[in-house]
Design a protein. Structure first.
Lengths: 290, 270
């Protein structure tokens, strides 16, 4: 598919500012660090993705306060590892606020702490995709962090996309982290393979891996209509209350417990993250072409 | 009788409000069928009004979007209930806008099989020398229609049947071969390989190889997957494992689906 095909493809309105505002408001009701620190980070992260999106015009200060509070409470916790907060979300959120011209001291302190905690890790751990990705996000924000080099077996597998077709979700997720950490432009075959795989994962509602692959393809891949359809798929999951995700209304009662935390919030987080990545990618492309 | 009917409708509405289940949904849909036709019958107005008000509440609660998303079969009854809801004075067009967007975007409520069936019948009949003109049906853009299936969650045997029918049309007539779907067959093949769907891999590989197109890396991956499955096989490839709603379809032709897939596999690897 050429770029022309993508332009000519019927468009889906991915998210209007009004729709983003509704999602932003939907998420706000779950901001409660005392009740659930991990879920609160997810929600504040998603709100920060929307608030720092260049087209939505949302209230950045409200989310900045929430993010600062999450960071303050985490730093004050006697054993913050027990909070089980995702460091990737924390450092990515820090970067998003910096990009939006908003340096939040508590979040910076937390990012500094994350950078310090990387230093003593052994070489094997530092070469894991996820650790490399966190290190690369921190390095991009000016922290003195060494990003380990990509393992040889990962380089070999990305050179032959067919070898990744049978990779487990864990392996594929790790490869995606490596490629995100590297930040290089993906070649066309790898882009298509990852975009098609993302579509398959999304269609089966394995959202975390599908959305991660899509973020990778959108931010570092060559233009592909398969990736555009992946974005359309996620956009069309939007519910009238602003959350994302559809489910069988006739499912058994036990499958319908705590749907917000178990289903809608993770889906909404990934949708908001994708929207922001797509916008950032668009801004970069515009800047590159002058 | 009208009191009995009202009690029964009331019971169904209460049951459905308490816990939405397909049984009540289809019951209410059947009732809506007749109520939709009763606009001019005064005796039916209380019932019609009761169901209409309940339907508006379900519409506003977002239940119909979930129903539409869950199964294409829900579309008919959902549409009927939406139509009844639209007769309530409090109804506003915005109440149905979200469900409407799902429909117009092609995410839900599309079934390509009827038109494909007609196209393939017309094409085969044409090959027998009989003129069977479908006019506008024949000019639909199959690429767009089929590729948009990729926006729907889940996949089933009807996806394979759709691709099979389009492939047959393309192989029968140039009219269909200039604009063929590509994303959907390739996405399904990648899904099949990743989920180890032994019945689908050969069929989709055959379709992509002979009709829809397949990049070399995907052909290599599919060939490896087929080789592995044939090395383990001591009999025909397994039948697809149907989901609940396609059970009849798969059961009907289970052995044929196994033979079909096995033929594709050895034909491609030969």
């Amino acid at each position: 598919m050429s770029a022309t095909d993508i332009v000519n493809a019927p468009s889906v309105v991915r998210c209007t500012p009004q729709q983003a505002a509704k999602t932003y408001a939907y998420l706000e009701q779950f901001v409660d660090f005392d009740r659930n620190p991990r879920a609160t980070l997810s929600v504040v992260f998603a709100r920060s993705c929307l608030a720092t999106h260049p087209d939505f015009g949302l209230d950045l200060q409200a989310t900045a306060r929430e993010a600062s509070e999450v960071a303050r409470r985490t730093l004050a916790h006697p054993d913050h590892a027990r909070l089980d907060l995702d460091p990737l979300l924390l450092v990515t959120m820090f970067g998003a606020f910096i990009d939006a011209g908003c340096d939040l001291p508590p979040l910076r302190d937390l990012a500094s702490q994350a950078a310090r905690e990387l230093a003593p890790l052994d070489a094997k751990t530092r070469s894991l995709g996820r650790v490399r990705l966190i290190a690369s996000v921190l390095a991009a924000q000016g922290f003195e962090v060494a990003v380990a080099s990509r393992p040889g077996e990962v380089s070999a597998s990305v050179a032959e996309p067919s070898s990744l077709l049978n990779a487990s979700s864990a392996v594929l997720g790790d490869v995606a982290d490596h490629l995100l950490a590297d930040g290089r432009v993906l070649d066309p075959d790898l882009t298509t393979m990852l975009a098609l795989t993302a579509l398959g994962e999304l269609r089966n509602y394995r959202i975390d891996l599908g959305a991660k692959l899509l973020r990778l393809v959108v931010s570092h891949g060559v233009p592909r209509v398969e990736a555009e359809e992946g974005l359309n798929f996620v956009a069309l999951q939007r519910r009238r209350n602003g959350a994302y995700g559809f489910l069988n209304p006739f499912a058994a009662e036990e499958e319908r417990q705590d749907l917000d935390n178990g289903f809608f919030i993770p889906m909404t987080l990934n949708a908001a993250w994708l929207l922001r990545v797509e916008a950032a990618s668009r801004v970069r492309a515009r800047a590159a072409t002058g | 009788m009208s009191e009995l009917c009202m009690r029964e409708v009331e019971r169904l509405i209460t049951e459905f409000d308490r816990s939405p289940r397909p049984k009540e949904f289809y019951d209410l849909g059947a009732i809506a069928e007749v109520l939709a036709l009763c606009a001019s019958l005064a005796s039916a107005q209380p019932l019609r009004a009761r169901v209409s008000v309940a339907a508006l509440a379900w519409l506003r609660a977002g239940l119909f979007e979930d129903a539409l998303f869950a199964k294409v079969e829900h579309l008919y009854h959902t549409t009927l209930l939406c139509y009844l809801a639209s007769g309530v004075p409090a109804y506003r067009t915005a109440d149905a806008a979200h469900a409407g967007q799902l429909l117009t975007s092609g995410l839900v409520g599309r079934s390509e099989l009827p038109v494909l069936t007609m196209q393939i019948v017309a094409t085969y009949v044409g090959a027998c020398g009989i003129d069977f003109d479908l006019d506008a049906l024949g000019s639909r853009d199959l690429r767009l229609v089929v590729d948009k299936r990729v926006l729907r969650a889940r996949s089933d045997e009807y996806d394979i049947l759709t691709l099979m029918m389009v492939a047959q049309l393309a192989s029968l007539s140039d009219r269909f071969s200039h604009s063929l779907p590509q994303i959907f067959p390739q996405a399904l093949l990648v899904q099949a390989i990743r989920s180890g769907h032994l019945n689908w891999i050969p069929i989709l590989t055959l379709l992509c190889t002979t009709v829809y197109g397949i990049p070399p890396w995907l052909r290599r991956g599919a060939t490896d997957a087929m080789r592995r499955s044939l090395e383990q096989a001591t009999e025909l490839l397994p039948a697809p494992e149907p989901g609940s709603w396609e059970n009849d379809y798969v059961t009907r032709a289970e052995h044929g689906l196994r033979v079909r897939s096995s033929i594709a596999s050895f034909a491609l690897l030969a």
